[in-house]
Design a protein around this ligand. Structure first.
Ligand code: C2E
Ligand code: CA
Ligand code: CA
Ligand code: CA
Length: 275
């Protein structure tokens, strides 16, 4: 009976064990990489729809692990959220992005910085105070920072969330809603929450210009809310023309620039000024 038990274990264990162990190993690697600075912030340009000038950047986290190579954020951020590592990493991204923004602004570039925030961060009672501290430390004005939230994060009416959002907005920081049009938008709730900007999700822009019906509706809702509208994931000139005609204010997409290291972004900014 003992032997059979061992065999039975052997039959179902390998995959379960590998999935579980892989998560443990990855969490350990993430912790080590935080100590050894294997994280870097990339920047993707956000341009004005009208003249395609760079008006801002989105900070996007990159994990360059010695053995794993470049790991895309979708493959490690969920684990960071589950383990709470996102607190430290989120602070790293915010600090690095605002330091960089300060340098670019000192060099005369008029632009803002967008930083992604996860649920776990916004649920911390001291998150807004932390944002204020980083702004002060990096000498960046509140309105130059935009924090990107998602719809699911703001659906719940929690006192901590509300207090954080109020305090962040009092500091002049802007709030945007990321991936707009993908969730079950609760329009009544959206009107309660004070949002400065909606980012139309890439999956909707992808359907353009041929299957524009749903995208048309989502853009119409966004414009009715009287906030800034950004089209994400624009890859073709046809899509750029469509969102311009639909009166979206800004564009973020591979057509105008992929996420890139800070030094490369600096070169792009300089070319824009000189050219
Ligand atoms: P997101 O916030 O929606 O960021 C935009 C993603 O779309 C980026 O992927 C960007 O590279 C990609 N993208 C932009 N334009 C185009 C385009 O024209 N075509 C295509 N195919 N893709 C485009 P990335 O950098 O891999 O990030 C994926 C997600 O990881 C982000 O989606 C965000 O949810 C999360 N993420 C990245 N950095 C951070 C961070 O610092 N904190 C948190 N909490 N999440 C982050
Ligand atoms: Ca985003
Ligand atoms: Ca997005
Ligand atoms: Ca997203």
């Amino acid at each position: 009976a003992k032997g059979a038990g061992r065999n039975a274990l052997r039959i179902f264990r390998p995959q379960m064990q590998s999935a579980f162990e892989e998560r443990l190993t990855m969490a350990a690697d993430l912790r080590q990489s935080m100590e050894e600075n294997h994280f870097e912030v990339y920047y993707q340009p956000r341009v004005s729809t009208r003249d395609h000038a760079i008006v801002g950047a989105e900070a996007l986290l990159r994990w360059n692990h010695p053995r794993r190579g470049m790991v895309p954020p979708n493959q490690f951020i969920p684990l960071c959220e589950e383990t709470g590592l996102i607190r430290g990493l989120g602070l790293f991204v915010l600090t690095a992005a605002l330091r960089q923004l300060h340098q670019w602004q000192q060099a005369g570039h008029r632009m803002s910085m967008s930083v992604n925030v996860s649920q776990r961060q916004l649920a911390d009672a001291d998150f807004a105070a932390l944002v204020e501290d980083v702004l002060a430390e990096t000498e960046v004005a509140g309105p130059s920072l935009e924090l990107e939230l998602t719809e699911t994060m703001i659906l719940e009416e929690s006192p901590v969330l509300q207090a954080n959002m109020n305090r962040i907005r009092r500091a002049g920081v802007r709030l945007s809603l990321d991936d707009f049009g993908t969730g079950y938008s609760n329009l009544a709730r959206l009107r309660q929450v004070e949002i400065d900007c909606l980012k139309i999700d890439r999956s909707l822009i992808k359907t353009l210009p041929d299957n524009a019906a749903v995208t048309n509706m989502v853009v119409a809702i966004a414009r009715l809310m009287d906030v800034k509208v950004v089209a994400e994931g624009v890859e073709t000139p046809e899509q750029a023309a469509w969102v311009r005609d639909a009166h979206c204010h800004e564009i973020q997409g591979f057509l105008f620039g992929r996420p890139m290291p800070a030094a490369q972004f600096t070169a792009v900014l300089q070319r824009q000024r000189d050219g």
